[in-house]
Design a protein around this ligand. Sequence first.
Ligand code: FAD
Length: 314
Amino acid sequence: MADVLIIGNGAAGRRAAETIRKGSPNASILMVTDEPFPFYPRPKLSLGFMSGEIKKDDIFLKPDFYSRNAVSLLFGRVERIDAEARVAMLRGGSALNYSYLLFASGAVANKPRWPGSELDGVVTLRTLADAEDILRRAEGQSKIVVAGAGILGVEAAEALCKRGASVSLLVRGGKDKVGAPALKPEQAENRCDSMIKNGVNVELDDEVERFEGSEGRLERVVTKCGAVIHTGLAIATIGASPDLRFLEGSAIKTARGIVVDSELRTSTETAFAAGDCAETSGEGTEKQQYGSPYMNAMKQGEYAGAKIAELLNQ
Ligand SMILES: Cc1cc2nc3c(=O)[nH]c(=O)nc-3n(C[C@H](O)[C@H](O)[C@H](O)COP(=O)(O)OP(=O)(O)OC[C@H]3O[C@@H](n4cnc5c(N)ncnc54)[C@H](O)[C@@H]3O)c2cc1C
């Protein structure tokens, strides 16, 4: 039985664990993650790792975090929650009992829906495993397509270009949409110019029409403007959404994310949610929205962690 169970070992979960430990020195804290790695900051994937400037071993921040904070880290996937009985069921059947629960389960990359998206070679980017897979696939490709020019698409295109790949970035809009909404229009235009200068083929006002291939493998990207780009690798960077399937049938209220109140409490008294998985759109939740997604995850993790520590100490 854990005093606190944290589902997710990302920015929100890690910051929450640290905060709970500070506020409640004797609490037992168990984190569970379905990624086979200790904590790493996702921004480093596109800012350093994919360009080859940061080695894999250097991506893991302070691996002694768990021992220093007396946090148990369990590798596994939570498949079901019984919020009333306060038990989480893991894939494989084991049960984890807890007093307080924090959902810090983040989001998963949105899957593309263009015709041909199921072809091998059409991929997304969210995890270290995804980034490693992309680098493996990129070897031997004379061209790579990045479809979607939010900040993630921009960074991925720049990183692969730095490695010497020929990258086409498809932008649904003009220069002012490059990196939007993270970049303001003027920043977007400057970033677009610098990408072009550095060798990225920035295709403005264009997007994927369909993927084509044979024997299940991607061979071409056909764009709405009629361009045909011969490639075996297309990275769809079209946002991310919480994966809430493990909450189906539970008492936890969900909408686009896990619905929380202004104190990040879910519809169940003893469960909180923080970071990308939390939906802060209800009344009074504005105070829980903190700028960039990464900062938001950390700040919410800290807030929820402090709240849980307070409850443990009552
Ligand atoms: C390549 C990349 C670059 C980015 N760059 C930036 C940036 O520069 N600035 C910025 O603000 N944001 C950036 N982001 C977004 C930012 O990283 C996220 O907003 C942030 O990581 C969210 O943290 P989180 O803790 O809420 O979720 P996550 O980091 O997604 O962590 C959630 C964890 O929970 C695990 N999990 C989920 N469900 C279960 C389950 N059922 N059982 C067990 N484990 C589970 C997941 O596998 C994951 O490890 C970037 C994202 C990516 C992918």
